[in-house]
Design a protein around this ligand. Structure first.
Ligand code: AP5
Ligand code: MG
Length: 208
């Protein structure tokens, strides 16, 4: 399907998990700003070294830097975009791009903490699991590519709380902005995965 979808939501609300599903189902690429930065950090590039400091603290990278990192991705024809934009200035800069759907995954803070602490990601960074909610078939091994599962360094209660604060201060104004313009659709992210997928897919199929 030829489509541009933007996913918004608090930390660990399930954006990456939903994006992976939609990317396969709709056959469009998934671009995660966080994953792009983690890949750069793993390679110790100049951008990665800078990003690593922000990733560890849960703070956001400066808007102008983030816009230049994401520009080549947002200019592509079709994708699921996860994690960008997440501030009002970032959103306003993207205004000339038409998104077929802007989806907000609603998840309460308490659930965020539980998801962060149980999350495991594959060493290649693409596939996400949860020890209780979405375990791999073989303990510690990614179902898809057989790589080792790791815990993200920043997946601690303290960093999750810091990310929630940043979300309230910098991302909620962007959400209000989209809401006022009537372009935002909400999905209850606090339900079983299959139901989140089903609700999101319904919104995509029935978009006007
Ligand atoms: P980023 O990687 O985008 O972090 P985030 O927004 O905090 O989101 P996460 O990736 O932590 O969670 P998610 O919503 O993808 O959830 P997931 O699917 O993994 O950004 C990281 C950092 O990069 C930022 O802090 C910042 O420093 C920087 N950055 C990135 N973008 C930026 C930008 N635009 N501007 C400036 N800086 C930026 O799921 C979480 C867990 O829950 C998993 O274990 C999963 O298995 C489980 N789960 C998912 N769905 C369900 C469900 N329905 N039921 C039960 N469990 C579920
Ligand atoms: Mg993610």
């Amino acid at each position: 399907m030829k489509i541009k979808v933007m996913l918004l939501g608090p930390p660990a609300s399930g954006k990456g998990t939903l994006a992976e599903y939609l990317s396969k189902k709709l056959e469009v690429p998934h671009f995660s700003s966080g994953q792009i930065l983690r890949d750069e950090a793993a390679k110790s590039t100049p951008l990665g070294k800078k990003a690593a400091i922000y990733l560890k603290s849960g703070k956001l990278l400066p808007d102008d830097l983030m816009l230049s990192v994401m520009q080549p991705y947002v200019e592509q024809e079709h994708y699921i975009l996860d994690g960008f934009p997440r501030t009002l200035p970032q959103g306003k800069t993207l205004e000339k791009i038409h998104f077929d759907l802007i989806l907000l995954l609603d998840v309460p803070p308490k659930v965020v903490i539980e998801r962060v602490t149980g999350r495991r990601t594959c060493a290649l960074g693409e596939h996400v699991y949860h020890l209780k909610n979405n375990p791999p078939k073989r303990e510690g091994i990614c179902d898809v590519d057989g790589s080792k599962l790791i815990k993200r360094e920043e997946d601690t209660v303290a960093v999750a709380k810091a990310r929630l604060k940043v979300y309230a201060k910098l991302t909620l104004p962007l959400i209000s902005y989209y809401q006022q313009r009537g372009v935002l659709r909400r999905v209850n992210g606090n339900q079983p995965l299959y139901k989140v997928f089903e609700d999101a897919y319904k919104l995509i199929s029935s978009r006007s």
